[in-house]
Each structure stands twice: as C-alpha cells, then as structure tokens.
Design a protein around this ligand. Structure first.
Ligand code: C2G
Length: 153
C-alpha cells in the first residue's frame, strides 16, 4: 500500500527552506499531500501573505516532490485529513515540535530540521530595505535640486 505523507504550510514567497522541507517530507513516503493555508485562514491567524492562496497553491502543486495540494482552512482539519487521505506520516518543520503530537495515535508524527538563514519574514525585510530609498539618496537629491535652483536663479 502506498505510504502517504502530509504536511501543512503557508509557503508565502516560496524559498529554498520550503523546498527542502517538501523534499525531506516526500522522501519519507511514496506520496506527498500538501495543505496550503488559505488567505482567510491566515487572516484568522493575523498573518498577511504577499502572495495570494491560488498562486501559492499553484507553485507548490508544481514542485516535483508534491503529489496533491489541498487547502488548509482551519486548525481543526488535520485529523480529518489524516483519515481522508489515508496518511501514514504527518511531517512538519521542527519549529512546530510537539504541537501536533495529538495525531500520533493515527499516524507517525515527524518534525524535520528547518533550513537556517532563510525565512519569508527575512525575505520581506530584505525586500523592504532593497526598495526603500536611503537617507543618503534623499540628501543627494536635495543637493541636486539646490544646485539646479542656483544654476537657474
Ligand atoms: N520551513 C523550513 N525552513 C525554513 C522555513 C520554513 O523548514 N527556513 C518549513 C516550516 O517549518 C514549515 C514549512 O516549511 O514546516 C512551511 O513553512 P511556512 O510556510 O512558514 O508555514 P507555517 O506558517 O509554519 O504554517 O497548520 C500549520 C501551518 O499551516 C504552518
């Protein structure tokens, strides 16, 4: 019988940490189901994503390690999902360690190592810095304006 693995995530601004997690999870079985959190579910968690659900799901759906993508619409759906998809193993990054042990009577629960040095939060911060105008640029612009004013006065 095919051994089905399931994992859950937001996968906003997909990065190599997500890819490593999906590869590691897929190596634990024959089939990987990934539940991608909906925008509504994230809003309920007070979490805003940059990339809307449909696009996040489409990217995850096209990762070679992924066999099926389902929506994650609530915290409570995990046990139903385990039963509905005949899951043998539930895998999550170790930042969730212990949080899903309640599933262990129904399937194996494994917490996988995270990829250090990359996170969606960090990517957003870097993007913000990249796009923001530096103080030096603003001062330089004022100098140019002042110079132009002098030239044309
Ligand atoms: N992850 C990782 N390494 C990173 C970043 C994330 O291994 N550098 C893992 C997380 O541990 C998680 C998965 O990638 O298992 C998806 O991460 P997120 O998109 O941040 O998902 P999260 O917000 O943790 O949502 O019901 C559970 C939630 O849906 C989990």
């Amino acid at each position: 019988m095919k051994r089905t693995v399931i994992t859950y995530g937001t996968f906003d601004m997909f990065h190599v940490g997500h890819l490593n997690l999906l590869r590691r999870a897929s190596n634990l079985g024959d089939r990987l189901v990934v539940a991608v959190s909906t925008d509504e579910f994230n809003a309920g968690k007070g979490k805003r994503t940059l990339i809307p659900f449909e696009q996040r799901a489409e990217i995850v759906r096209n990762i070679r390690y992924v066999d099926e993508v389902i929506p994650e619409a609530s915290w409570e759906q995990k046990l139903d999902d385990v039963k509905r998809y005949g899951v043998s193993l539930f895998a999550m990054g170790e930042d969730w360690i212990g949080k899903f042990d309640f599933l262990s009577p129904y399937c194996e629960v494994v917490y996988l190592p995270r990829t250090e040095g990359v996170s969606t939060t960090e990517l957003k911060r870097s993007l913000n810095q990249f796009c923001s105008v530096s103080r030096e640029d603003i001062l330089r612009a004022f100098d140019v304006i002042e110079q132009l004013r002098n030239d044309f006065s």
